[in-house]
Every structure is written in structure tokens, then in C-alpha cells.
Design a binder for this molecule. Sequence first.
Ligand SMILES: Cc1cc2nc3c(=O)[nH]c(=O)nc-3n(C[C@H](O)[C@H](O)[C@H](O)COP(=O)(O)OP(=O)(O)OC[C@H]3O[C@@H](n4cnc5c(N)ncnc54)[C@H](O)[C@@H]3O)c2cc1C
Length: 303
Amino acid sequence: MTPHAATAAADLETDLDIVKKPFEAEVYDVMGNSSRWEVKVHEHGLVALLDVMPRFAPVGKTADFAIVQAARVSYGEGTKQVNEDRGLIRYLARHRHTTPFEMVEFKFHHVMPIFVARQWIRHRTANVNEYSARYSVVRDRFFKPTPANVRRQGTSNRQGGDEPMDAATASDFLNYLDEVEKSYERYQEFLDKGVSREIARIALPASVYTEWYWKIDLHNLFHFLSLRMDPHAQQEIRDFANAMFALVKPIVPIAAEAFLDYNFESMHLTRLEIEAIKSGRPIDTTNKREAAEWDEKKKRLGM
Ligand SMILES: Cc1cc2nc3c(=O)[nH]c(=O)nc-3n(C[C@H](O)[C@H](O)[C@H](O)COP(=O)(O)OP(=O)(O)OC[C@H]3O[C@@H](n4cnc5c(N)ncnc54)[C@H](O)[C@@H]3O)c2cc1C
């Protein structure tokens, strides 16, 4: 050992007194002593909740308590006026005081098709560890829509489609997917011949499944869910987002309710839209898309 390494090692062996304090109140495991909570999505997909921070909550409270605890540290005396946890969380959500929501974290295990993972990975605020198809053999799992979910290209929404195709075309498409899935046999054939896994995988379709561990805090999870539970998101990723919300909701019910009330089911109004409401006149725009968006909002408002 070099003299420098010896000094560094000695520094680590301090006699610092680590005080380990018991919980101040009786606590319980917010996951009910389970190792994981799982929801199956489609035929092969999975959303599993593996862990939560805080894992323990005082009896009588939910993991929402960590949001309140953080807010009371940051605002100190200022939060005394709001003496009820639910009221404080809803205030924070309404006023976009987001950092207290970052004190709650979730670790998930997701199994999803690569075309869904491509959309999902655009959310940069999660920590991700993905299955390596260079290191391991890709498993024989492919996404196949139901016939009703072979959707027709939308005319107004260029990115998506809601209406199902006619039965014959849907059936044709599903047969085509069967053909594509046969590429798996050839993948295996080339692995057997000694082609590296990193090269052999490149011909596999985007419907093949990948999996990852995904850790995110509650603020960023709500941002993800607001975009991916939304009807504008592709149905297949929405199915995963809805499963995640279902898993998280019983753990932070107060924050989840506030998310629905002030974010997901709320509505943003532009200055032009506010002017249209105030004047009672049509919206002042020549942009057809903007006018159509205003029509949608008016419907929701019952106007
Ligand atoms: C319906 C829909 C259609 C879409 N269509 C397309 C498309 O056609 N093409 C396409 O490329 N993408 C598309 N996207 C992806 C979209 O543009 C975003 O990349 C994706 O939704 C992630 O959003 P985000 O950046 O807000 O999220 P996150 O990456 O989770 O970031 C959360 C927030 O953190 C902040 N942030 C994170 N990283 C940075 C950074 N580097 N710099 C500054 N701020 C940062 C931002 O405020 C951001 O909103 C689509 C998404 C949706 C929901």
C-alpha cells in the first residue's frame, strides 16, 4: 500500500459517532410488505412498482406526508397558516411549488415494446437501466395489437388514429406481423452461427420487447403522466402510463387527486381564448388549428 493510500484508508476509519434514531411515531410499509406491485399491460408488457421513497409512513398518513414534511422545512413559519396536509399539498400543486413533490420517488420495472420505449426515453428526468441486447439474447416477445387497435390514420390528427380499420385489412396487417415475427428464428440462427448479439439484433422489429428499471420523483412522474396519459399520446404508451398512475395513486392519494384536479383534468387558456370569453366573440385567429383547439375547449366548458 502506498503511503497516500494508507492515509486515505485511515481517514475512512474515523470514530465518528453515528446516531441511529428510531421513528418518532409508529410507521407502516406503504407497499404493505410486498416485494413488488405489478400490473400486466397487453400480452407481454408489465409495469411493476419495486420501491418507494419514503417506504415507511407514520400510521394514519400516506407517503404524501413526505411532501408536507419538505414543504414545512422550506417554508418554515409560512406554512403554519395551512395546518392541514391535504390543503397544503393542493396549494403547492395549484401554485406549481414543485420541489416538495420531488421528495417522493418511485422505482419501477417496465417491460414494453421498443416502439413504446422510444417515446418513453424522451423523458430525460428519470434514471434508467435498460436490458442490454449486446450482452443478452433478446427474448421471443412481440407486441401485437388487437384487431380493433389496428387503427386507421386520422385526418385531423396527423400523428395518430382512433377509428379501427375494416376487419379484412386488420386481419391482413396481423398476418403481416406474424411474418415479421418470423425474423426471430433467423436471429437465433445467426446467433448459433456465432454472429455477435449486438449485430444479430439489428434486424429485429420495433415490436420486440425491451425492459428497464426506471426511477423518477413524483414531480417528474406527474409531468410524464400529464403527457402520456393524455388522449394525444399513442394508445399503447397511454396503457403503460395509466398502469403507473394506478400503482402510484394509493401510495400518494392526496397528491394524485391534486394532479388530476390542477393538472391532468385542468385546462390552460391562452390570452386569445380569455379575450373570446370576455367579449363573447369568435377567437381572434386565422389559424385553423388554433380555432379547432378553442372549439374543443369550448365543448369541455359546456359553451
Ligand atoms: C403527443 C406527443 C407527441 C410528440 N411528438 C413528437 C415528435 O413528433 N417528435 C419528437 O421529436 N418528439 C415528440 N414528442 C416528444 C416531446 O417533444 C418531448 O420530447 C417529450 O414529451 C418529453 O417531454 P419533456 O422534454 O417535457 O420531458 P422531460 O425530458 O421529462 O423533461 C421534463 C422537463 O425538464 C426540463 N428539461 C429536461 N431536460 C432539459 C434540457 N436539456 N434543457 C432544458 N430543459 C430540460 C423541461 O422543462 C422539461 O419539460 C411528443 C410527445 C408527445 C406527448
